[in-house]
Structure formats: C-alpha cells, structure tokens
Design a protein around this ligand. Structure first.
Ligand code: ACO
Length: 441
C-alpha cells in the first residue's frame, strides 16, 4: 500500500453537545483522516444521549472510512489514491487507473501486463447469456438491460460469490470490470438488431469496447486511435468519485452480505437517475430542446425561477463548489474529438459554450457556485463519436464499475463494517386503535 495512506487518528480534541432543556453535556471525539475536514465520531450518540442525527441526503454525514478517492470540492481537487485526476488523464490509461483503484498503487510494468492480460481473458460472457438478452423488448432502455444482465451474472458465475473468500472477491471484481463493455455493447447491438460482436483479445480495453459497439460481421472495423484514447480518458475520469449516490448504494447493498454482482446491479440502478449518471443524457436532450443560441437566455431565466422545476442539466454538483476538474479535461477532449472527426461549427457545442458563458457570468449561478460538471461535455463527445443518447449513462456505468468494486472490496475488508441501517425522524400517526371494517365511517 502507498506509504502516504494513514489510518484515521483520534486526537484529544472533542466536541461538546449541550442539551439546553436539561443542561446535560456530552463530549464526542474528533477524528482526523490524512487530508480533508475532521469528523465528529457520533457512533455512540444514541447510546449516550438518546438522540439520533437528522441529515436527509447525508449532506454532513461521513458513512465510512475510505482510502480510495479524495475530493476537495472548494478547490476543485480530485485524487485517486493520492494521484491528481489531471495527471492520470494525461499520462495514464484506464487499465492502469483500474489497477490503482483496486490495489492502492500504480502497477509496475509486469503487474500491468498481467492485470491487462487477466482482464482481457475475462471479457467473454457465458454463452447462455446470449439468450438472456432475447427476453428484453428491443426498445428497452439499455440501462434497464444493464440492471437485468449484471444482476443475472450471479446466476451464471456462482463460483465467485463467496464474499468471505478474498480470491472469490477478486475474481468477481475482474469479471465485472472485464465483462461490462461486452454487456453494454450487446445491449446496444440488441436494440439496433445487429449481431452481437465478441471481444477480441489483441485489442486494448477501450479499443475492444469500440469494436464491440461499432463492428459488424460484414466489413472490417478500423479503430480510430484518437477516439479510442478519448474513450479511455472518459473512462478514467468517471472511474470513481468517493461516496456518491450509486457508490453508497453499492456499499449499502453489500453491507448486508449480498453478492457483488447484485450490489453492482443496484449501483447501476442508482446511477440511472437524471440527478446522477443520467445527467449526460439529460444535457443533450436539454441542448436539443433549446435548439438555438438565441433561446439560451430564456432557459437560463427558467433555471433561475424558483417556481419552475427546470434545472440546467450538467450544472451544479453536491460536492464541487468550484469548476469540476473533470469538466476541464472533458472540454479539451471534446475539442480533440470534434477536430479529429472534422466536425466544424457543431451547433450543439456552440450552444453549450454559449450556455456555459452566460451561466458562468450570471449572478444566480455565481452566487450558488453552480459550475459545469463532468456531464456537461461528455454527451457532446459521445454524440460526435456516434454513440446514441440512450447509451450515454451506460458508458458511465462501464467506467464506474471499477470504483464500485474497489469500494465494495474496501467495505468487506473493513473490520468495523456493519450492516447499513439509518434511522428516521418519524412524523406519522401515533398508536391508534384498530377498527373493524363495519365500524369505519
Ligand atoms: N440549475 C438551476 N439551479 C440549480 C441547479 C441547476 N442545475 N443545481 C442546483 N441549483 C440550485 C437549487 O435550486 C438550489 O437553490 P436554492 O438554494 O434556492 O433552493 C441550489 O442551487 C442548491 O441546489 P441543491 O439541489 O440543493 O444541491 P444538491 O447538492 O442537492 O444537488 C445536483 C446537486 C443534484 C447535482 C444539482 O446541482 C442538479 O440537479 N444538477 C443538474 C443535474 C446534473 O447535472 N447532475 C449531474 C451531477 S454530476 C454526476 O452525477 C456525475
């Protein structure tokens, strides 16, 4: 493990809570991580005081200890195992980022070769899964297919579902990272009625994914290295993001001892929502709806109206109150892809730029610290690459799989891990007498 990783430490510092009704005082220890805000250890709160905390949306709650990803939302910093996302996007590749997230350190040349080999040789799906797709309607949303097929992996690979066995856990993790592009590409092929394309072992991860998405048996498919590199970079940028909604869903599902395939299927379901991974699809739908630069002010006005539920998709983030560092890289990648494909004067990009400029200058957005997030540009890149709208969130799921499995493994190995079980502030009826049907008015 990286020597810069430190276990959390308790100092002598405490925080005191005073109940002004009774005058009783309760002290709670403060714990420090390696970087980032300290936390108040409230594990004994209920036992010591009889109170629960109330924090809907967990805006102030740390749910676990983790040594995987660090975000400083005010500074716009994102680190995977201590490495800045900018460095990884520029110098690394997705396989290396996967190794880093799973094992805690960058691989040496032999470790990388071995890892890539092992992932490559797990990319094929059990042949019977082929038939599993036939159960879906052709017009199913590919995310619906993803939830179903990934959940079904536990029915096909039960030889790696003993979560108490570290080898089973690692095999299941490799299987999911390896098979996710195949599952995703087949969901797409099924929707458009083309034959499924099998993985090819001489191709790199992102090349193979493009091949399975776009090749057909009738003609050779030539991989464009600029597009393969752009896809690889997008996968790096989306690989992990600490305790977001889908990752917390994976952890919560896994905390009961559920098998890893079922947990990742739960994560995919959570990612689907437009406030999370579904935002890249929503951005493009929004840009298409706006249609023309001249209508941007009208939509900005709507986004600011408290009585209008409309929000600018691709803006705002629970954690980033500064420019999302991934959005900057994505913006650059977007230009590279459009340039390579000879897409000049792409109207959607022009519209996106105009929206970005107006929103970044607008007092409402500046005051609320609403900056473009990673999804603002990814949709434009995917569209230019010929990836259909309904597949956008699927690509996010492929990338995030490694983050989910790394976080799931970390949780299972944590000796303090307990089943996740939040409490509530009950506001329903108090105890009342049951009336027989004949006695009810
Ligand atoms: N457009 C207009 N107003 C917004 C937007 C937006 N995109 N985002 C937030 N606001 C406003 C809210 O109305 C709220 O205003 P208020 O204080 O007057 O009530 C304020 O900014 C704070 O917003 P919250 O929703 O309370 O912030 P939260 O942290 O809960 O939500 C979220 C973050 C869900 C990402 C939100 O900004 C949003 O809906 N954005 C659009 C969807 C999107 O792009 N999601 C992708 C997220 S990144 C990812 O998952 C990879």
């Amino acid at each position: 493990m990286n020597e810069k990783v430190v276990k959390s430490s308790s100092s002598n510092r405490t925080v005191t809570l005073v109940d002004n009704a009774t005058g009783r005082e309760f002290s709670f220890p403060v714990i420090s991580g390696s970087v980032g805000p300290d936390v108040i250890d409230l594990r004994n709160l209920y036992q010591d005081t009889g109170f629960f905390t109330f924090d809907p949306g967990y805006t102030s709650t740390g749910s676990c200890e983790s040594a995987i990803t660090f975000i400083d939302g005010n500074e716009g910093t994102l680190l995977y195992r201590g490495y800045p996302i900018q460095d990884l996007a520029e110098h690394s590749d997705f396989m290396e980022a996967c190794y880093l997230l799973l094992y805690g350190d960058l691989p040496n040349a032999e470790q990388k070769r071995r890892f890539e080999h092992d992932i490559t040789y797990h990319t094929m799906l059990h042949e019977q899964m082929h038939e599993f797709y036939d159960g879906f309607r052709r017009d199913s949303h590919p995310m619906a297919v993803m939830v179903g097929v990934v959940g079904a992996l536990s029915a096909f690979y039960h030889d790696s579902t003993d979560i108490t066995n570290p080898r089973h856990r690692m095999i299941a993790s490799y299987r999911m990272i390896a098979k996710m592009p195949t599952i995703a590409a087949w969901a797409y092929k099924y929707a458009i009625g083309q034959p499924f394309i099998y993985p090819r072992n001489e191709l790199k991860y992102s090349e193979n994914f493009l091949h399975m998405l776009f090749a057909n048996p009738c003609e050779p498919y030539v991989i464009n290295p600029v597009l393969a590199r752009a896809l690889d970079r997008i996968l790096i940028l989306h690989a992990d993001h600490e305790q977001n909604a889908s990752t917390s869903t994976v952890r919560l599902a896994g905390s009961s001892g559920a098998n890893p395939f079922a947990c990742i299927a739960a994560g995919i379901a959570s990612l689907w929502g437009p406030a999370h991974g579904g935002a890249n699809e929503a951005v493009l739908r929004m840009l298409e709806e706006i249609g023309d630069k001249s209508r941007v002010p009208e939509y900005v006005k709507r986004a600011k109206d408290p009585d209008d539920p409309f929000r600018l998709m691709g803006f705002g983030h629970r954690v980033y109150k500064n420019y999302d560092p991934r959005a900057r890289i994505m913006r650059q990648t977007c230009y590279e892809v459009l340039d390579e494909l000879g897409v000049r004067d792409e109207p959607l990009l022009e519209l996106a730029m105009s929206l970005e400029n107006i929103a970044l200058d607008d007092e409402f957005f500046v005051k609320k610290k609403l900056y473009p997030n990673v999804d603002f540009y990814s949709g434009i890149i995917f569209k230019a690459m010929g990836i259909p709208l309904s597949m956008f969130t699927v690509l996010f799921a492929v990338a995030r799989t490694v983050g989910w499995v790394a976080q799931w493994n970390e949780m299972i190995e944590d000796p303090t891990q307990k089943i996740g079980r939040p409490r509530q502030l009950y506001t329903g009826a108090t105890r009342r007498e049951y009336k027989l049907l004949a006695q009810r008015a």
